[in-house]
Write a protein that binds this ligand. Structure first.
Ligand code: FES
Length: 575
Protein backbone atom coordinates (compact mmCIF):
# COMPACT_ATOMS: atom_id res chain seq x y z
CA UNK A 1 0.00 0.00 0.00
CA UNK A 2 1.09 3.55 -0.58
CA UNK A 3 1.74 5.95 2.27
CA UNK A 4 -1.17 7.76 3.86
CA UNK A 5 -0.15 11.08 5.35
CA UNK A 6 -1.50 14.57 5.80
CA UNK A 7 -0.57 16.69 2.82
CA UNK A 8 -1.25 20.22 1.75
CA UNK A 9 -3.43 20.22 -1.32
CA UNK A 10 -2.33 22.16 -4.38
CA UNK A 11 -5.90 23.30 -4.91
CA UNK A 12 -5.92 25.14 -1.60
CA UNK A 13 -3.33 27.57 -3.00
CA UNK A 14 -6.24 28.74 -5.15
CA UNK A 15 -9.50 27.86 -3.40
CA UNK A 16 -8.33 28.05 0.22
CA UNK A 17 -7.38 31.73 0.04
CA UNK A 18 -9.37 34.31 2.02
CA UNK A 19 -8.12 37.35 0.10
CA UNK A 20 -8.96 39.08 -3.17
CA UNK A 21 -7.40 36.33 -5.24
CA UNK A 22 -9.34 33.65 -3.34
CA UNK A 23 -12.55 35.51 -4.24
CA UNK A 24 -11.50 35.46 -7.89
CA UNK A 25 -10.50 31.79 -7.92
CA UNK A 26 -13.80 30.64 -6.36
CA UNK A 27 -16.32 33.14 -7.68
CA UNK A 28 -15.94 32.38 -11.38
CA UNK A 29 -16.10 28.61 -10.78
CA UNK A 30 -19.38 29.19 -8.93
CA UNK A 31 -20.96 30.57 -12.11
CA UNK A 32 -22.46 27.17 -12.95
CA UNK A 33 -23.91 26.60 -9.51
CA UNK A 34 -21.11 25.10 -7.44
CA UNK A 35 -21.89 25.31 -3.68
CA UNK A 36 -19.34 27.02 -1.42
CA UNK A 37 -18.58 23.80 0.46
CA UNK A 38 -16.89 22.32 -2.63
CA UNK A 39 -13.93 24.60 -1.90
CA UNK A 40 -13.40 23.35 1.65
CA UNK A 41 -10.16 21.51 0.97
CA UNK A 42 -11.55 18.33 -0.54
CA UNK A 43 -9.44 16.84 -3.36
CA UNK A 44 -9.95 18.67 -6.64
CA UNK A 45 -9.75 16.16 -9.48
CA UNK A 46 -9.06 17.12 -13.08
CA UNK A 47 -10.66 14.95 -15.73
CA UNK A 48 -8.39 15.32 -18.74
CA UNK A 49 -10.66 14.62 -21.69
CA UNK A 50 -9.57 13.88 -25.25
CA UNK A 51 -13.16 13.86 -26.54
CA UNK A 52 -13.41 15.00 -30.15
CA UNK A 53 -15.58 14.14 -33.11
CA UNK A 54 -12.35 14.37 -35.08
CA UNK A 55 -11.07 11.47 -32.97
CA UNK A 56 -13.80 8.90 -33.68
CA UNK A 57 -12.26 6.41 -31.24
CA UNK A 58 -12.82 8.90 -28.39
CA UNK A 59 -16.25 10.20 -29.41
CA UNK A 60 -18.00 8.59 -26.40
CA UNK A 61 -15.78 10.34 -23.86
CA UNK A 62 -18.38 12.89 -22.73
CA UNK A 63 -20.44 10.04 -21.30
CA UNK A 64 -17.35 8.37 -19.84
CA UNK A 65 -16.32 11.63 -18.13
CA UNK A 66 -19.76 11.84 -16.47
CA UNK A 67 -19.18 8.40 -14.94
CA UNK A 68 -15.80 9.51 -13.60
CA UNK A 69 -17.42 12.61 -12.08
CA UNK A 70 -20.04 10.53 -10.27
CA UNK A 71 -17.24 8.45 -8.77
CA UNK A 72 -15.29 11.53 -7.68
CA UNK A 73 -18.34 13.01 -5.99
CA UNK A 74 -19.18 9.70 -4.30
CA UNK A 75 -15.71 9.64 -2.77
CA UNK A 76 -15.91 13.24 -1.55
CA UNK A 77 -13.86 14.94 -4.25
CA UNK A 78 -14.63 17.86 -6.52
CA UNK A 79 -14.30 17.00 -10.25
CA UNK A 80 -13.38 19.54 -12.91
CA UNK A 81 -13.29 18.32 -16.50
CA UNK A 82 -11.02 19.97 -19.04
CA UNK A 83 -10.28 19.37 -22.73
CA UNK A 84 -6.86 18.87 -24.24
CA UNK A 85 -5.73 18.48 -27.81
CA UNK A 86 -7.11 15.24 -29.21
CA UNK A 87 -5.31 13.16 -31.83
CA UNK A 88 -7.43 11.17 -34.26
CA UNK A 89 -5.24 8.55 -35.87
CA UNK A 90 -7.25 8.18 -39.04
CA UNK A 91 -7.90 11.82 -39.90
CA UNK A 92 -4.79 13.73 -38.87
CA UNK A 93 -2.25 14.41 -41.60
CA UNK A 94 0.58 13.88 -42.17
CA UNK A 95 0.46 11.67 -39.05
CA UNK A 96 -0.96 11.94 -35.54
CA UNK A 97 2.53 11.17 -34.28
CA UNK A 98 3.67 14.63 -35.39
CA UNK A 99 1.41 16.03 -32.66
CA UNK A 100 1.94 13.54 -29.79
CA UNK A 101 4.54 15.76 -28.12
CA UNK A 102 2.46 18.89 -28.71
CA UNK A 103 -0.55 17.30 -27.00
CA UNK A 104 1.69 16.21 -24.14
CA UNK A 105 2.72 19.83 -23.61
CA UNK A 106 -0.96 20.84 -23.48
CA UNK A 107 -1.61 18.16 -20.84
CA UNK A 108 1.42 19.05 -18.73
CA UNK A 109 0.79 22.78 -18.67
CA UNK A 110 -2.98 22.39 -18.15
CA UNK A 111 -2.41 20.26 -15.05
CA UNK A 112 0.32 22.40 -13.50
CA UNK A 113 -1.32 25.75 -14.14
CA UNK A 114 -4.67 24.76 -12.62
CA UNK A 115 -5.89 24.05 -9.09
CA UNK A 116 -5.71 20.27 -9.44
CA UNK A 117 -4.70 17.73 -6.80
CA UNK A 118 -5.11 14.64 -8.94
CA UNK A 119 -5.96 13.74 -12.52
CA UNK A 120 -7.98 11.14 -14.39
CA UNK A 121 -6.70 10.66 -17.94
CA UNK A 122 -9.35 9.69 -20.53
CA UNK A 123 -7.50 8.18 -23.47
CA UNK A 124 -8.32 6.00 -26.43
CA UNK A 125 -7.01 6.35 -29.95
CA UNK A 126 -3.29 5.50 -30.45
CA UNK A 127 -1.55 8.76 -29.61
CA UNK A 128 -3.82 10.17 -26.93
CA UNK A 129 -2.61 7.50 -24.48
CA UNK A 130 1.13 8.21 -24.65
CA UNK A 131 0.55 11.97 -24.97
CA UNK A 132 -1.49 12.09 -21.75
CA UNK A 133 0.85 9.79 -19.83
CA UNK A 134 3.89 11.81 -20.95
CA UNK A 135 2.34 15.15 -20.02
CA UNK A 136 1.08 13.92 -16.65
CA UNK A 137 4.44 12.28 -15.88
CA UNK A 138 6.18 15.63 -16.26
CA UNK A 139 3.94 17.00 -13.48
CA UNK A 140 3.73 13.88 -11.28
CA UNK A 141 0.54 14.41 -9.28
CA UNK A 142 -1.66 11.41 -8.34
CA UNK A 143 -2.92 10.13 -11.69
CA UNK A 144 -5.11 7.30 -12.91
CA UNK A 145 -5.77 6.24 -16.49
CA UNK A 146 -9.12 5.25 -18.00
CA UNK A 147 -9.01 3.96 -21.55
CA UNK A 148 -12.03 4.32 -23.80
CA UNK A 149 -12.15 0.62 -24.62
CA UNK A 150 -12.18 -1.24 -27.93
CA UNK A 151 -15.05 -1.34 -30.42
CA UNK A 152 -17.18 -4.45 -30.77
CA UNK A 153 -15.76 -6.97 -33.22
CA UNK A 154 -16.12 -6.05 -36.88
CA UNK A 155 -18.46 -8.44 -38.76
CA UNK A 156 -18.49 -8.96 -42.52
CA UNK A 157 -20.28 -11.68 -44.46
CA UNK A 158 -20.48 -14.04 -41.53
CA UNK A 159 -16.89 -13.57 -40.44
CA UNK A 160 -14.80 -11.34 -38.22
CA UNK A 161 -13.27 -8.16 -39.58
CA UNK A 162 -10.48 -6.54 -37.60
CA UNK A 163 -9.72 -2.81 -37.57
CA UNK A 164 -6.79 -1.92 -39.76
CA UNK A 165 -5.66 -5.51 -40.27
CA UNK A 166 -8.68 -6.17 -42.49
CA UNK A 167 -7.97 -2.97 -44.44
CA UNK A 168 -4.41 -4.03 -45.19
CA UNK A 169 -5.57 -7.53 -46.21
CA UNK A 170 -8.49 -6.41 -48.37
CA UNK A 171 -6.61 -3.58 -50.10
CA UNK A 172 -3.96 -6.11 -51.17
CA UNK A 173 -6.81 -8.37 -52.43
CA UNK A 174 -8.22 -5.47 -54.47
CA UNK A 175 -4.76 -4.71 -55.87
CA UNK A 176 -4.24 -8.40 -56.64
CA UNK A 177 -7.64 -8.62 -58.36
CA UNK A 178 -9.20 -10.95 -55.77
CA UNK A 179 -11.79 -8.51 -54.35
CA UNK A 180 -14.08 -6.03 -56.13
CA UNK A 181 -14.18 -2.32 -55.33
CA UNK A 182 -17.87 -2.69 -54.36
CA UNK A 183 -17.07 -5.38 -51.81
CA UNK A 184 -14.30 -3.18 -50.45
CA UNK A 185 -16.72 -0.25 -49.92
CA UNK A 186 -19.30 -2.52 -48.29
CA UNK A 187 -16.74 -3.65 -45.74
CA UNK A 188 -16.28 -0.04 -44.51
CA UNK A 189 -19.57 -0.07 -42.60
CA UNK A 190 -18.99 -3.54 -41.23
CA UNK A 191 -15.59 -2.95 -39.73
CA UNK A 192 -16.41 -0.13 -37.28
CA UNK A 193 -19.91 -0.49 -35.90
CA UNK A 194 -19.72 0.84 -32.33
CA UNK A 195 -17.97 3.42 -30.18
CA UNK A 196 -14.42 2.60 -29.16
CA UNK A 197 -10.94 2.21 -30.57
CA UNK A 198 -9.52 -0.35 -33.01
CA UNK A 199 -10.42 -3.83 -31.81
CA UNK A 200 -7.34 -5.61 -33.11
CA UNK A 201 -4.19 -5.73 -30.99
CA UNK A 202 -3.08 -2.56 -32.75
CA UNK A 203 -1.46 0.41 -31.10
CA UNK A 204 -4.55 1.62 -29.20
CA UNK A 205 -5.24 -1.81 -27.67
CA UNK A 206 -1.53 -2.23 -27.03
CA UNK A 207 -1.29 1.13 -25.27
CA UNK A 208 -4.45 0.45 -23.22
CA UNK A 209 -2.77 -2.80 -22.20
CA UNK A 210 0.41 -0.88 -21.37
CA UNK A 211 -1.62 1.46 -19.13
CA UNK A 212 -2.87 -1.56 -17.20
CA UNK A 213 0.49 -3.39 -17.22
CA UNK A 214 2.30 -0.28 -15.96
CA UNK A 215 -0.19 -0.19 -13.10
CA UNK A 216 -1.61 3.15 -14.16
CA UNK A 217 -5.25 1.96 -14.20
CA UNK A 218 -7.61 -0.27 -12.29
CA UNK A 219 -7.54 -3.95 -13.32
CA UNK A 220 -9.51 -4.73 -16.48
CA UNK A 221 -8.82 -1.43 -18.21
CA UNK A 222 -7.34 -2.90 -21.38
CA UNK A 223 -10.10 -5.02 -22.80
CA UNK A 224 -13.62 -4.06 -21.60
CA UNK A 225 -15.46 -3.04 -24.80
CA UNK A 226 -16.27 0.66 -25.03
CA UNK A 227 -20.02 0.00 -25.09
CA UNK A 228 -20.06 -2.62 -22.33
CA UNK A 229 -21.68 -1.26 -19.15
CA UNK A 230 -18.67 -2.47 -17.21
CA UNK A 231 -16.55 0.21 -18.93
CA UNK A 232 -18.73 2.77 -17.16
CA UNK A 233 -18.23 0.96 -13.87
CA UNK A 234 -14.45 1.08 -14.39
CA UNK A 235 -14.67 4.83 -15.06
CA UNK A 236 -16.80 5.40 -11.96
CA UNK A 237 -14.51 3.32 -9.76
CA UNK A 238 -11.52 5.21 -11.15
CA UNK A 239 -13.21 8.45 -10.09
CA UNK A 240 -13.62 7.05 -6.60
CA UNK A 241 -10.07 5.76 -6.46
CA UNK A 242 -8.33 8.96 -7.58
CA UNK A 243 -9.76 10.77 -4.54
CA UNK A 244 -8.13 8.17 -2.29
CA UNK A 245 -4.90 8.45 -4.26
CA UNK A 246 -4.77 12.17 -3.54
CA UNK A 247 -5.39 11.47 0.14
CA UNK A 248 -2.52 8.95 0.08
CA UNK A 249 -0.22 11.27 -1.94
CA UNK A 250 0.11 8.31 -4.31
CA UNK A 251 1.85 10.19 -7.10
CA UNK A 252 2.57 8.80 -10.56
CA UNK A 253 6.28 8.20 -9.91
CA UNK A 254 5.38 5.69 -7.16
CA UNK A 255 3.75 3.55 -9.85
CA UNK A 256 5.97 4.25 -12.86
CA UNK A 257 9.14 2.63 -11.58
CA UNK A 258 11.70 0.66 -13.57
CA UNK A 259 9.90 -2.51 -12.41
CA UNK A 260 6.65 -1.22 -13.92
CA UNK A 261 8.27 -0.60 -17.31
CA UNK A 262 9.92 -4.01 -17.26
CA UNK A 263 6.53 -5.60 -16.58
CA UNK A 264 5.02 -3.62 -19.44
CA UNK A 265 7.71 -4.89 -21.84
CA UNK A 266 6.96 -8.47 -20.76
CA UNK A 267 3.26 -7.95 -21.23
CA UNK A 268 3.84 -6.41 -24.65
CA UNK A 269 5.55 -9.63 -25.72
CA UNK A 270 2.79 -11.77 -24.24
CA UNK A 271 0.04 -9.89 -26.07
CA UNK A 272 1.92 -9.57 -29.38
CA UNK A 273 1.75 -5.80 -28.94
CA UNK A 274 2.54 -3.04 -31.38
CA UNK A 275 6.07 -1.87 -32.19
CA UNK A 276 4.79 1.65 -31.50
CA UNK A 277 4.82 0.80 -27.79
CA UNK A 278 8.62 0.81 -27.95
CA UNK A 279 8.74 4.48 -28.85
CA UNK A 280 5.94 5.52 -26.49
CA UNK A 281 7.25 3.72 -23.42
CA UNK A 282 10.76 5.09 -23.98
CA UNK A 283 9.25 8.58 -24.11
CA UNK A 284 7.12 8.09 -20.97
CA UNK A 285 10.13 6.67 -19.09
CA UNK A 286 12.15 9.69 -20.18
CA UNK A 287 9.55 12.01 -18.69
CA UNK A 288 9.19 10.26 -15.32
CA UNK A 289 12.96 9.77 -14.98
CA UNK A 290 13.29 5.99 -15.36
CA UNK A 291 16.36 4.77 -17.23
CA UNK A 292 14.90 2.65 -20.04
CA UNK A 293 16.78 1.83 -23.26
CA UNK A 294 15.96 0.33 -26.62
CA UNK A 295 18.12 -2.68 -25.70
CA UNK A 296 15.83 -3.39 -22.72
CA UNK A 297 13.07 -4.39 -25.13
CA UNK A 298 15.18 -7.21 -26.51
CA UNK A 299 16.81 -8.19 -23.21
CA UNK A 300 13.62 -8.27 -21.15
CA UNK A 301 10.95 -9.20 -23.66
CA UNK A 302 12.16 -10.83 -26.85
CA UNK A 303 12.56 -14.36 -25.48
CA UNK A 304 9.05 -14.34 -24.02
CA UNK A 305 6.19 -16.07 -25.81
CA UNK A 306 3.07 -14.51 -27.26
CA UNK A 307 0.08 -15.94 -25.40
CA UNK A 308 -2.65 -14.05 -27.14
CA UNK A 309 -4.24 -15.29 -30.34
CA UNK A 310 -5.37 -11.86 -31.58
CA UNK A 311 -5.10 -10.08 -34.92
CA UNK A 312 -2.76 -8.97 -36.43
CA UNK A 313 -0.58 -11.86 -35.18
CA UNK A 314 -3.50 -14.27 -34.73
CA UNK A 315 -7.21 -14.79 -35.19
CA UNK A 316 -9.41 -13.21 -32.50
CA UNK A 317 -10.34 -9.63 -31.58
CA UNK A 318 -10.50 -7.53 -28.40
CA UNK A 319 -14.08 -8.43 -27.54
CA UNK A 320 -13.05 -12.11 -27.47
CA UNK A 321 -10.05 -11.13 -25.33
CA UNK A 322 -12.29 -9.53 -22.72
CA UNK A 323 -14.65 -12.50 -22.55
CA UNK A 324 -11.64 -14.83 -22.21
CA UNK A 325 -10.44 -13.00 -19.11
CA UNK A 326 -8.68 -9.89 -20.39
CA UNK A 327 -5.22 -8.72 -19.45
CA UNK A 328 -5.30 -10.04 -15.84
CA UNK A 329 -5.49 -13.58 -17.27
CA UNK A 330 -2.39 -12.89 -19.40
CA UNK A 331 -0.47 -11.41 -16.48
CA UNK A 332 -1.33 -14.43 -14.32
CA UNK A 333 0.38 -16.62 -16.93
CA UNK A 334 3.54 -14.52 -16.56
CA UNK A 335 4.03 -15.53 -12.92
CA UNK A 336 7.56 -16.84 -13.47
CA UNK A 337 8.82 -13.60 -15.05
CA UNK A 338 6.71 -10.73 -13.71
CA UNK A 339 8.10 -8.34 -11.08
CA UNK A 340 5.72 -8.96 -8.21
CA UNK A 341 6.67 -5.82 -6.33
CA UNK A 342 5.38 -3.25 -8.84
CA UNK A 343 2.48 -1.21 -7.49
CA UNK A 344 -0.69 -0.35 -9.35
CA UNK A 345 -3.21 2.45 -9.08
CA UNK A 346 -5.48 0.63 -6.62
CA UNK A 347 -2.60 0.47 -4.13
CA UNK A 348 -2.12 -3.29 -4.59
CA UNK A 349 0.68 -4.81 -6.62
CA UNK A 350 -0.02 -5.70 -10.24
CA UNK A 351 0.60 -9.32 -9.31
CA UNK A 352 -1.89 -9.28 -6.41
CA UNK A 353 -4.49 -7.91 -8.81
CA UNK A 354 -3.98 -10.73 -11.29
CA UNK A 355 -2.77 -13.81 -9.43
CA UNK A 356 -6.20 -15.43 -9.33
CA UNK A 357 -7.57 -14.11 -12.62
CA UNK A 358 -9.65 -16.75 -14.43
CA UNK A 359 -9.07 -17.82 -18.02
CA UNK A 360 -12.28 -18.70 -19.85
CA UNK A 361 -10.88 -19.53 -23.27
CA UNK A 362 -7.50 -21.15 -23.80
CA UNK A 363 -7.71 -20.71 -27.56
CA UNK A 364 -7.68 -16.93 -27.06
CA UNK A 365 -5.28 -16.71 -24.08
CA UNK A 366 -2.76 -19.54 -24.20
CA UNK A 367 -0.76 -20.89 -21.26
CA UNK A 368 2.83 -19.76 -20.75
CA UNK A 369 4.12 -23.31 -21.28
CA UNK A 370 1.90 -23.91 -24.33
CA UNK A 371 2.10 -20.48 -25.99
CA UNK A 372 0.49 -19.21 -29.14
CA UNK A 373 3.93 -18.25 -30.51
CA UNK A 374 7.39 -18.70 -28.92
CA UNK A 375 9.92 -15.85 -28.50
CA UNK A 376 7.56 -13.19 -29.76
CA UNK A 377 8.79 -9.94 -28.23
CA UNK A 378 10.32 -7.05 -30.13
CA UNK A 379 13.77 -7.82 -31.55
CA UNK A 380 16.29 -4.97 -31.68
CA UNK A 381 18.63 -5.08 -34.67
CA UNK A 382 22.05 -3.53 -35.15
CA UNK A 383 24.49 -3.22 -38.02
CA UNK A 384 26.00 -0.72 -40.40
CA UNK A 385 22.53 0.14 -41.74
CA UNK A 386 21.18 1.04 -38.28
CA UNK A 387 24.06 2.03 -35.95
CA UNK A 388 21.62 3.15 -33.22
CA UNK A 389 19.17 0.31 -33.73
CA UNK A 390 16.07 -0.83 -35.57
CA UNK A 391 13.18 -3.06 -34.52
CA UNK A 392 11.17 -5.94 -35.93
CA UNK A 393 8.20 -7.84 -34.55
CA UNK A 394 9.02 -11.47 -35.36
CA UNK A 395 5.57 -12.71 -34.34
CA UNK A 396 4.02 -10.72 -37.21
CA UNK A 397 6.69 -11.77 -39.73
CA UNK A 398 7.08 -14.70 -42.11
CA UNK A 399 9.48 -17.15 -40.39
CA UNK A 400 11.28 -18.00 -43.64
CA UNK A 401 12.14 -14.34 -44.21
CA UNK A 402 13.68 -13.71 -40.79
CA UNK A 403 17.04 -14.65 -42.35
CA UNK A 404 17.21 -13.22 -45.83
CA UNK A 405 19.59 -11.35 -48.10
CA UNK A 406 18.15 -9.51 -51.07
CA UNK A 407 18.69 -6.79 -53.64
CA UNK A 408 17.52 -3.37 -52.49
CA UNK A 409 14.69 -1.66 -54.35
CA UNK A 410 14.88 1.88 -53.02
CA UNK A 411 12.18 4.53 -52.60
CA UNK A 412 13.46 7.97 -51.65
CA UNK A 413 10.30 8.92 -49.71
CA UNK A 414 6.65 7.96 -49.36
CA UNK A 415 5.64 10.01 -52.45
CA UNK A 416 8.18 8.10 -54.50
CA UNK A 417 6.82 4.83 -53.11
CA UNK A 418 3.21 5.65 -53.99
CA UNK A 419 4.23 6.82 -57.46
CA UNK A 420 6.20 3.72 -58.45
CA UNK A 421 5.11 0.70 -56.41
CA UNK A 422 2.31 -0.24 -58.83
CA UNK A 423 4.48 0.30 -61.92
CA UNK A 424 4.63 -2.95 -63.89
CA UNK A 425 8.10 -1.95 -65.08
CA UNK A 426 9.48 -1.72 -61.55
CA UNK A 427 12.54 -3.98 -61.41
CA UNK A 428 11.48 -6.12 -58.46
CA UNK A 429 10.69 -9.69 -57.47
CA UNK A 430 9.82 -11.36 -54.18
CA UNK A 431 13.48 -11.93 -53.25
CA UNK A 432 14.19 -8.19 -53.20
CA UNK A 433 14.24 -5.99 -50.11
CA UNK A 434 12.04 -2.90 -50.30
CA UNK A 435 13.84 0.09 -48.75
CA UNK A 436 12.02 3.31 -47.87
CA UNK A 437 13.82 6.50 -46.77
CA UNK A 438 12.83 9.83 -45.21
CA UNK A 439 9.86 8.61 -43.15
CA UNK A 440 11.49 9.06 -39.72
CA UNK A 441 10.73 11.72 -37.07
CA UNK A 442 12.40 14.59 -38.95
CA UNK A 443 11.93 13.25 -42.47
CA UNK A 444 8.19 12.58 -42.70
CA UNK A 445 7.90 14.70 -40.45
CA UNK A 446 6.42 12.93 -37.43
CA UNK A 447 7.48 9.39 -38.37
CA UNK A 448 4.69 8.08 -40.56
CA UNK A 449 3.23 4.58 -40.40
CA UNK A 450 4.56 3.85 -43.87
CA UNK A 451 6.85 0.96 -42.91
CA UNK A 452 4.54 -1.84 -44.06
CA UNK A 453 4.95 -0.87 -47.70
CA UNK A 454 2.42 -2.39 -50.09
CA UNK A 455 3.84 -5.17 -52.23
CA UNK A 456 4.19 -4.66 -55.99
CA UNK A 457 1.14 -6.06 -57.87
CA UNK A 458 3.27 -8.32 -60.04
CA UNK A 459 4.60 -9.98 -56.89
CA UNK A 460 1.11 -10.18 -55.34
CA UNK A 461 -0.25 -11.88 -58.45
CA UNK A 462 2.18 -14.76 -57.86
CA UNK A 463 0.43 -15.36 -54.54
CA UNK A 464 3.32 -13.88 -52.55
CA UNK A 465 2.07 -12.14 -49.38
CA UNK A 466 5.25 -10.91 -47.71
CA UNK A 467 8.64 -9.43 -48.53
CA UNK A 468 11.41 -8.00 -46.37
CA UNK A 469 10.87 -4.27 -45.98
CA UNK A 470 13.25 -1.80 -44.30
CA UNK A 471 12.61 1.82 -43.37
CA UNK A 472 12.96 4.57 -40.79
CA UNK A 473 9.16 4.69 -40.53
CA UNK A 474 6.79 3.22 -37.98
CA UNK A 475 4.13 0.64 -38.77
CA UNK A 476 0.51 0.58 -37.74
CA UNK A 477 0.05 -1.80 -34.84
CA UNK A 478 -2.66 -3.48 -36.89
CA UNK A 479 -0.20 -4.33 -39.68
CA UNK A 480 1.99 -7.36 -40.17
CA UNK A 481 4.84 -8.68 -42.30
CA UNK A 482 8.62 -9.01 -42.24
CA UNK A 483 9.04 -5.32 -41.70
CA UNK A 484 12.14 -3.70 -40.19
CA UNK A 485 11.16 -0.37 -38.63
CA UNK A 486 12.59 2.64 -36.78
CA UNK A 487 15.99 2.46 -38.53
CA UNK A 488 18.12 4.89 -36.54
CA UNK A 489 19.59 7.36 -37.30
CA UNK A 490 16.89 8.12 -39.86
CA UNK A 491 17.72 9.05 -43.45
CA UNK A 492 16.79 12.72 -43.03
CA UNK A 493 19.27 12.98 -40.16
CA UNK A 494 22.03 11.56 -42.36
CA UNK A 495 21.84 7.95 -41.22
CA UNK A 496 23.35 5.23 -43.46
CA UNK A 497 19.82 4.48 -44.73
CA UNK A 498 20.12 7.69 -46.75
CA UNK A 499 23.02 6.14 -48.67
CA UNK A 500 21.36 2.91 -49.85
CA UNK A 501 21.06 2.58 -53.63
CA UNK A 502 19.13 0.27 -55.93
CA UNK A 503 20.96 -3.02 -56.31
CA UNK A 504 22.82 -2.90 -52.98
CA UNK A 505 22.54 -6.17 -51.08
CA UNK A 506 20.76 -5.95 -47.71
CA UNK A 507 21.10 -8.74 -45.16
CA UNK A 508 18.54 -9.36 -42.43
CA UNK A 509 19.31 -11.98 -39.79
CA UNK A 510 16.91 -11.62 -36.88
CA UNK A 511 18.41 -14.45 -34.86
CA UNK A 512 21.81 -12.71 -35.03
CA UNK A 513 20.06 -9.33 -34.53
CA UNK A 514 21.76 -8.10 -37.68
CA UNK A 515 20.81 -5.63 -40.39
CA UNK A 516 23.73 -5.18 -42.74
CA UNK A 517 24.28 -3.26 -45.95
CA UNK A 518 26.85 -5.07 -48.10
CA UNK A 519 28.61 -1.91 -49.27
CA UNK A 520 32.17 -1.01 -48.26
CA UNK A 521 32.88 1.78 -45.79
CA UNK A 522 34.85 3.61 -48.49
CA UNK A 523 31.93 3.52 -50.90
CA UNK A 524 29.54 4.70 -48.18
CA UNK A 525 31.88 7.62 -47.41
CA UNK A 526 31.98 8.50 -51.11
CA UNK A 527 28.16 8.51 -51.23
CA UNK A 528 27.97 10.53 -48.01
CA UNK A 529 30.08 13.30 -49.56
CA UNK A 530 27.37 13.75 -52.20
CA UNK A 531 24.41 13.47 -49.79
CA UNK A 532 22.22 16.50 -49.12
CA UNK A 533 19.63 16.66 -46.33
CA UNK A 534 16.08 16.96 -47.72
CA UNK A 535 14.36 20.34 -47.46
CA UNK A 536 11.96 20.44 -44.48
CA UNK A 537 8.32 20.66 -45.66
CA UNK A 538 7.62 23.63 -43.37
CA UNK A 539 9.90 26.28 -41.95
CA UNK A 540 7.65 27.80 -39.29
CA UNK A 541 5.30 26.93 -36.47
CA UNK A 542 5.00 23.61 -34.67
CA UNK A 543 6.53 21.61 -37.53
CA UNK A 544 9.71 23.67 -37.40
CA UNK A 545 9.95 23.39 -33.63
CA UNK A 546 9.37 19.65 -33.94
CA UNK A 547 11.98 19.07 -36.66
CA UNK A 548 14.55 21.19 -34.84
CA UNK A 549 14.14 19.38 -31.52
CA UNK A 550 12.77 15.86 -32.05
CA UNK A 551 15.00 13.05 -30.88
CA UNK A 552 15.48 9.83 -32.79
CA UNK A 553 13.21 6.80 -32.40
CA UNK A 554 15.66 4.92 -30.16
CA UNK A 555 15.16 7.68 -27.57
CA UNK A 556 11.36 7.80 -27.85
CA UNK A 557 11.05 10.63 -30.41
CA UNK A 558 10.32 13.15 -27.65
CA UNK A 559 11.48 16.74 -28.04
CA UNK A 560 14.89 17.18 -26.41
CA UNK A 561 13.67 19.97 -24.12
CA UNK A 562 10.62 17.99 -22.92
CA UNK A 563 12.55 15.04 -21.49
CA UNK A 564 12.22 14.94 -17.68
CA UNK A 565 9.72 16.67 -15.45
CA UNK A 566 9.13 20.08 -13.94
CA UNK A 567 6.96 18.80 -11.10
CA UNK A 568 3.75 20.08 -9.57
CA UNK A 569 5.04 23.35 -8.12
CA UNK A 570 2.40 26.06 -7.79
CA UNK A 571 2.87 28.96 -10.22
CA UNK A 572 2.59 32.54 -8.94
CA UNK A 573 -0.70 34.49 -9.07
CA UNK A 574 -1.84 36.47 -12.08
CA UNK A 575 -2.13 39.75 -10.18
FE1 FES B 1 -8.16 5.15 -33.28
FE2 FES B 1 -7.23 2.81 -34.42
S1 FES B 1 -7.84 4.65 -35.36
S2 FES B 1 -7.44 3.35 -32.36
Amino acid sequence: MSDTKKITRRSQAWFGRQDRDGFIYRSWVKNRGIPHDQFDGRPVIGICNTYSELTPCNSHFRALAEQVKIGVWEAGGFPLEFPVMSLGETLLRPTAMLFRNLASMDVEESIRANPLDGVVLLMGCDKTTPALLMGAASVDVPTIGVSGGPMLNGKYRGGELGSGTGVWQMSEEVRGGKMTQEEFFEAESCMHRSHGHCMTMGTASTMASMVEALGMSLPGNAAIPAVDARRNVLARNSGRRIVEMVQEDFVMSKILTRAAFENAIRVNAAIGGSTNAVIHLLAIAGRIGVNLNLADWDDIGQHLPCLLNLQPSGKYLMEDFYYAGGLPAVIRELESVIDKGALSANGQTLWDNCKEAPNWNRDVIHAFDAPFKPAAGIAVLHGNLCPDGAVIKPSAATPALLKHTGRAVVFENSDDLHKRIDDEDLDVDETCVLVLKNCGPKGYPGMGEAGNMPLPPKVLRKGVTDMVRVSDARMSGTAYGTVVLHVTPEAAAGGPLALVQNGDMVELDVEARKLHLHVSDEELERRRANWKAPEPPMKRGWTKLYIDHVQQANLGADLDFLVGKSGAGIPKDNH
